[in-house]
Design a protein around this ligand. Structure first.
Ligand code: NAD
Length: 471
């Protein structure tokens, strides 16, 4: 059943847009009408910014322990909304229910909860000596702009440290996944955060983006999204020298050293890319295999990709659901068709799945030069490219040979060797062998994957101004 959403949250109250433009969202699993979204106007975004500005004196009266208590209350309220959060992400993104539960909902709530202690630990004042005291002061109003692929995680990764630091904010989630943002806002409302500290506008980047990124009262823009939009935001924000924190795209490498565990290494790489239908900024979409194991790796990759169950995200044991919408499906399809025309070898997949909804096959490709578009540009779909290398030095050079530097993985039978190689890769995070996500690990990119770090106590530091008082 198609529902209508016309809800924004400003100065502690739910408001409706009076003359809204509508966005019609389909259910990715069925292609049927799902949500009619009434988009915020730029006037509403301006009101939200003013509200966040007016709330600064109130919010800054609270100590870090008191802010930690508010954060703890939000976490309690979020836990009460766990099931609707899961339902919304399955419904709007098409992400399989089991993965949604663990990765899209439980994990970010856990990350939020860790901010309780990190907030208590904040030292706003540091006496260096009798002449010098250093103060950390909240930067002020933040515009938080997030994408759709891990909608709750991305909101929490920005909202939690901004609240912890004592900032007020206007939050604009992706217009393609509005409901998790509404549920987070309900949790914040129930936690009795002072009015105006947290404001939500659900609008398009085109309409409300310019207000959020250029308004003089906004002091910091914390953005997660594509590199193209991130570059645009950095340029428009330069006019008033705002702080700009960017978490952008990736084309992450997976370096497999010659190993006795090739099957485990390949299975992990396939599952990493195909999870969430490849719509993951850190997906390890370039796999590097030593020439001595390359033919075996191709066979194992084919076997692994063909074993994944693809289909309805609400069916138990589905590993891969649809991609989010027709546009995304078309982008993936045209990128793969172009690679085919360039002579790529399709090891597995390479086509749309002929059923209603937006489904693409898990796809494994090789025989492409490393400067091919599919090897260099983020596709944001279930597409992995395999490359062969002769020497480790060559492999490291290839790992670093894209504009991005978000994440990486090294697999070898020798952990110490892996750690040394990890230090040579340009990436904000490097995983060794089967290691998984860590909520306390600072996260962010080198090069065109962005700047600034989220998660971990150091993410809170991004939202401070530093003041030195010298006597
Ligand atoms: P996007 O850049 O199109 O949109 C991201 C957000 O920016 C949305 O809320 C959108 O409405 C808004 N926006 C669009 N134009 C804007 C403008 N001119 N001014 C202000 N805001 C604007 O990205 P997307 O398609 O929603 O998400 C996918 C992208 O996000 C991928 O490139 C992916 O790699 C990236 N991403 C990065 C990370 C990370 O942490 N590095 C995490 C997840 C996703």
């Amino acid at each position: 059943m198609c529902k209508t959403i016309n809800s924004h949250f400003i100065n502690g109250a739910w408001v409706q847009e009076s003359k809204p433009a509508a966005l019609y969202l389909k259910n990715p699993a069925t292609g049927l009408d799902n949500i009619t979204l009434m988009l915020a106007s730029h006037e509403l975004a301006e009101t939200a910014i003013q509200s966040a500005h007016d709330a600064i004196p109130t919010w800054q009266q609270y100590s870090s322990n008191e802010r930690a208590e508010f954060i703890n209350n939000i976490v309690i309220e979020l836990k009460k909304r766990r099931t609707p959060l899961i339902d919304s992400i399955v419904n709007e993104l098409g992400c399989p229910r089991e993965f949604t539960t663990e990765v899209q909902v439980d994990d970010p709530i856990d990350a939020f909860e860790q901010h309780v202690q990190w907030t208590k630990d904040i030292q706003h004042e540091q006496v260096i000596d009798e002449n010098l005291t250093i103060y950390k002061e909240a930067i002020g109003v933040c515009s938080i702009i997030t994408p759709w692929n891990y909608p709750l995680h991305q909101l929490i990764a920005k909202v939690a440290p901004a609240l912890a630091a004592g900032c007020t904010m206007v939050v604009k989630p992706s217009e393609f996944t509005p409901t998790s943002a509404l549920l987070l806002t309900q949790a914040i409302e129930a936690a009795n955060l002072p009015k105006g500290v947290f404001n939500l506008v659900i609008g398009s980047g085109r309409d409300v983006g310019p207000v959020l990124t250029t308004h003089p009262l906004v002091k910091c823009i914390s953005f997660i999204g594509s590199t193209a939009v991130g570059k645009h935001i950095q340029s428009v924000a330069a006019g008033s020298v705002k702080r700009v924190l960017l978490e952008l795209g990736g084309k992450s490498p997976y370096l497999i050293c010659p190993t006795t565990q090739l099957e485990s290494a390949i299975n992990l790489g396939i599952e990493d890319v195909m999870a969430n239908s490849g719509q993951t900024c850190v997906a390890l979409t370039r796999m590097f295999i030593h020439e001595s194991q390359f033919e075996q790796a191709k066979q194992l990759a084919k076997q692994s990709a063909s074993s994944l169950s693809v289909g309805d995200p609400d069916t138990k044991d589905t590993f891969m659901g649809p991609v989010i919408n027709q546009n995304q499906l078309d982008n993936i399809s045209s990128a793969v068709e172009r690679a085919k025309n360039e002579g790529a070898e399709i090891i597995y997949g390479g086509n749309r799945i002929d059923q209603t909804g937006y489904y693409y096959q898990p796809t494994v490709i090789t025989n492409l030069p490393h400067d091919a578009q599919l090897a260099q540009q983020e596709i944001f779909g279930p597409v992995l490219v395999l490359f062969k290398y002769k020497t480790i030095d060559e492999a490291i050079q290839l790992c670093n040979d894209t504009p991005y530097g978000l994440s990486a993985r090294v697999w070898s039978d020798d952990t110490e060797q892996s750690k040394k190689l990890a230090r040579k890769i340009d990436a904000g995070q490097v995983y060794i062998n089967g290691a998984f996500w860590h909520n306390a690990a600072p996260f962010g990119g080198y090069k065109e994957s962005g700047n600034g770090r989220e998660l971990g106590p150091s993410a809170i530091e991004e939202f401070f101004e530093i003041k030195s008082i010298i006597v």
